[in-house]
Design a protein around this ligand. Sequence first.
Ligand code: MG
Length: 217
Amino acid sequence: NNFLHFLMADKMPEFTVDIDAIKGFLDPQEGWALYDRCLAAGELGPTLEIGSYCGKSTVYLGEACRISGRSLFAVDHHRGSEEHQPGEFYHDPELFDSASGLVDTFRLFRQTLRAAGLEQVVVPIVAATQVAARDWSTPLGMVFIDGGHSFDAAQADYDCWAPHVRVGGILAIHDIFPNPNDGGQAPYSIWQQAIASGLFEDLGIVRTLGVLRRKDG
Ligand code: MG
């Protein structure tokens, strides 16, 4: 089994929340892979994720950071990506704030953090990726990109955060579809760029989660 071969940790944690009940688009195997790599990356530095939504991936990564004593920075403007807007395919009426007339995933995100006991681990950054990155200088053990799926959004996430991954650290990208019939191509495009840069080693793809390691030089 490729998945088990991929994992480094011999034991997975038990969550205080029902992880499958948290809204989101992360497969459990992808979640375990994130947890596993994040746990190891804790030796190098904190982890940063882009695109927290309601906090499903945040719980996997946050649990690993809790164990390693690191912070998890969770970047999301919490207004939903293009596909979450009213009228779009992934719109969820429960996440629509009628007072502001905008999608608001922050309320559920905070609820998830509290239920998961991760408020002392996760640092929510409620901002667009470029705003969060503008004055960023902390080297990161791991970056997980799962933000907007337009080419512009994915490119901005890659340009903003890939340079902060420490040598030996992990760059993980969600929603990799090498076949265009299976899904949008923006995440796959930045995954290809990372490999073409010569700076990242391909550690494999778990379902749609691409995992890369920053090389020396
Ligand atoms: Mg995703």
